[in-house]
Design a protein around this ligand. Structure first.
Ligand SMILES: [Zn+2]
Length: 336
């Protein structure tokens, strides 16, 4: 088998190209940020650290889009002014956002929408079509030129096939890609003058757009208190009421997406010491065992709160994270 692992030089070139499409891609909505983030998350959840090509169903990409925009389509309701929703397009609101806004009126969380399979599948189909027609087609278009370094455009295919080496690079640079895309996405929203009114009333745009709400996390804490019998996941000491926090086992700074199995409950002391580090191997084993044991409860109760729950995907993310840590000598937090 030939080895497609990209050389250091090829990897740098890839990163330069990402920067190029973010800077000069001819695109008038935030879809391109959503697409790059989606590809990079899927490469982690479904791929391996190899130079081979990798393919995704278009519906898998659409699912990531729905997750990203669901959060950002929360309306800001003001007394007399009606509803305000972040405009994700230069002109009229982006089509995907419009569909999601309508559905949010009937479903209080994404978890509940998913359970209504007919409505969910219809949304998925519509978003898939838009993703295929718009961002997939235009992402690699720079000043009218098609610059294919991620995938080759094939409108007839049911799957999007990443070119060789791309999966490897996406996994290698996903933390940088996430950060670049989020920053540019936020800039785009800020610069869009139709968002001025809502921005005046939104204290923390980054948190609003990408991070889970406090209410959601409090609800997760209530489930985990029961599951952990009110003991800290790390030191196992009994936790006092209100003296604990929901911790992202794989730190948010490495993988900024909330998946139900990634949450553990830690007392304030362990939580602040672990901060945005990975925990030592013994906790990785403990976390995986916890997920195996309580999979059904996590799927049932945490997905109802609006989080995606898929144990195998979460575990693949953890394998990627620990491998990155090893290769790049990340600091690992140990309780001792
Ligand atoms: Zn503790």
């Amino acid at each position: 088998m030939p080895d497609f692992t990209p050389t250091a030089q090829q990897q740098l070139k890839f990163l330069k190209n990402i920067q190029l499409i973010l800077q000069s891609g001819s695109f008038s909505s935030t879809y391109k940020f959503a697409l790059l983030i989606s590809l990079s998350r899927l490469a982690i959840e479904k791929g391996e650290d190899l130079g081979e090509s990798l393919s995704f169903e278009y519906t898998e990409i659409a699912e990531k889009f729905i997750e990203l925009y669901w959060k950002q389509a929360v309306p800001y309701t003001f007394h007399e002014e009606g509803q305000l929703i972040l405009n994700q397009n230069n002109g009229k609101q982006a089509a995907i956002v419009n569909r999601i806004v309508t559905l949010r009126q009937s479903y209080s969380s994404l978890g509940l929408l998913r359970r209504d399979s007919l409505v969910w599948l219809k949304l998925l189909k519509e978003v898939t079509r838009t993703v295929k027609d718009m961002p997939v087609r235009y992402l690699q278009n720079i000043n009218g030129q098609n610059f294919e370094f991620l995938y080759q455009l094939d409108q007839c295919a049911k799957q999007l096939i990443l070119l060789p080496q791309v999966m490897f690079c996406l996994r290698q640079f996903s933390e940088i890609i996430e950060e670049l895309c989020q920053k540019r996405w936020i800039d785009y929203i800020r610069k869009n003058s139709s968002n001025a009114e809502i921005l005046n009333k939104l204290p923390n745009l980054e948190q609003f757009m990408f991070e889970p709400s406090r209410n959601q996390l409090n609800a997760v804490a209530n489930v985990l208190v029961e599951l952990q019998e009110c003991r800290c996941f790390y030191c196992n000491k009994e936790m006092k009421k209100n003296n604990y926090a929901v911790d992202h086992f794989i730190p948010w700074s490495m993988y900024p997406s909330d998946t139900g199995h990634n949450f553990v409950l830690a007392d304030s002391s362990c939580n602040s010491k672990k901060s945005n580090l990975l925990a030592s191997q013994e906790f990785l084993h403990k976390w995986k065992a916890r997920n195996e044991q309580h999979d059904l409860i996590i799927v049932d109760r945490i997905s109802a709160l609006g989080f995606l729950t898929d144990k195998d995907r979460s575990h693949r993310v953890s394998e990627w994270a620990y491998r990155q840590a090893k290769e790049n000598n990340y600091l690992i937090w140990n309780i001792l």
